[in-house]
Design a protein around this ligand. Sequence first.
Ligand SMILES: Cc1cc2nc3c(=O)[nH]c(=O)nc-3n(C[C@H](O)[C@H](O)[C@H](O)COP(=O)(O)OP(=O)(O)OC[C@H]3O[C@@H](n4cnc5c(N)ncnc54)[C@H](O)[C@@H]3O)c2cc1C
Length: 446
Amino acid sequence: MKNSITSTVYDLIGVGFGPSNIALSIALAEQAKLQGSLSSLFLDKQSNYRWHGNTITDQSHLQISFLKDLVSLRNPTSPYSFVNYLQKQGRLVDFINLGTFYPSRLEFNDYLRWVAEHFSEQCRYGEEVLAIEPVIFQDKVKTLRVIARDIQGNKSVRETRALVVSPGGNARIPELFKGLKSDERVFHHSQYLSKIKTQPCAQGKAMKIAIIGGGQSAAEAFIDLNDNYPSVQADMILRNIALKPADSSPFVNEVFAPTFTDTMYKQQPIERERLLKEYLHTNYSVVDEDMIKQIYSMLYKQKVSGDQRHNFRCSTEIEQVTATEQGIELALRNTETGQQQLASYDAVILATGYERKKHIELLAPLADYISDFSVDRNYRLQTDERCQAAIYLQGCNESSHGLSDTLLSVLAIRSGEISAALYAHLVQEKHAIKSLSIERLIETIA
Ligand SMILES: Cc1cc2nc3c(=O)[nH]c(=O)nc-3n(C[C@H](O)[C@H](O)[C@H](O)COP(=O)(O)OP(=O)(O)OC[C@H]3O[C@@H](n4cnc5c(N)ncnc54)[C@H](O)[C@@H]3O)c2cc1C
């Protein structure tokens, strides 16, 4: 193992190279043509980038129009649009013939990788950022130290004037299951494809599997187990009274419009909370309506054939979890009838969503400069005046910027806003920007 310290001071380092930071790279490349290029570097812990790769099953499709790709809403003429990707792959006409706005996640994953490859010089894969530390000079934090570790365990230290933290979500593990982290029979949906391959059902052995949750991921796993693992008997266990459809009707969908970010941001915290609650059914604990119909029809066919393979346990709360050699035993209570029941499973899939707290861990060494992790309208973290290095956060600002913040919906616009704010910050801090004199840069901004 080696440790390396880079003497370059970057203008920007990005944590993660998922859709948020890939979109930002496009926006920065556009801005660079007008104002000069920045020295930027993005670090992603995946050695081979995949977009939620362990969840891409045959049935998973984008839950949003492909027109909300990484760039089209800001710059429809960009070469990095999904339409141009299709053209370059020779599939544009075929895709049109499909008559859909919703490509498979497999295809969208390929699109993201295709765009990312264009920016490969600015990205290092297989490097996990461990912490961000302040570099203190005369009581001020003008730059940040980014500490990362690669897959061989080598540590690197880099310095940057600005940082953008876009690490996505962490699997949410319900309290009752936290003690079973090392039990191979219990896993989160974010690991679905790699873990299911290691279960006895992959060899055709009979298994009883519980899927916990009533959202899109749970539904996708349920269908995949039905289609690809005929030896599995699956139970979906959910708190809701039924599987509920995602509301994607046009008026409601306006909540994902870029202009709604302003509407949300201008509100007082209590009103923001009310708006989030009112539109929650567009994204959380809901399932694409076509998929609900597919599941209903699957269960109906079972009834007709008399082979009732799978079950739904709605209105069900899990009260206790016990792991034994024989299986994972769940103590269940029906919240409508109060009836209690024990059920034993060979494996449990936790389709229990994601938490967005990674930025707090990563920025812990800067805690003295940060109060509550709120950001301004352009996603810059609010710090006290001693911290002059700019830190932008993406994907963890739902409470101030709305439901779009964790999704693809506003990526194209948000990346343009962050890019403009970043250039303005660097000018204000009078940092030279590569290939353009500061005077010319101030001129272009004015
Ligand atoms: C299964 C699934 C399906 C989804 N489908 C849709 C959809 O259809 N439509 C939609 O709008 N949204 C969807 N989403 C929401 C999703 O959050 C966004 O689509 C999008 O992935 C957000 O991009 P991101 O770059 O912010 O985060 P991510 O895509 O999560 O990318 C974060 C990246 O950061 C890297 N990373 C994390 N921590 C570190 C670290 N410490 N150091 C270095 N790298 C790090 C990760 O490896 C990852 O590549 C889905 C989410 C999931 C989980």
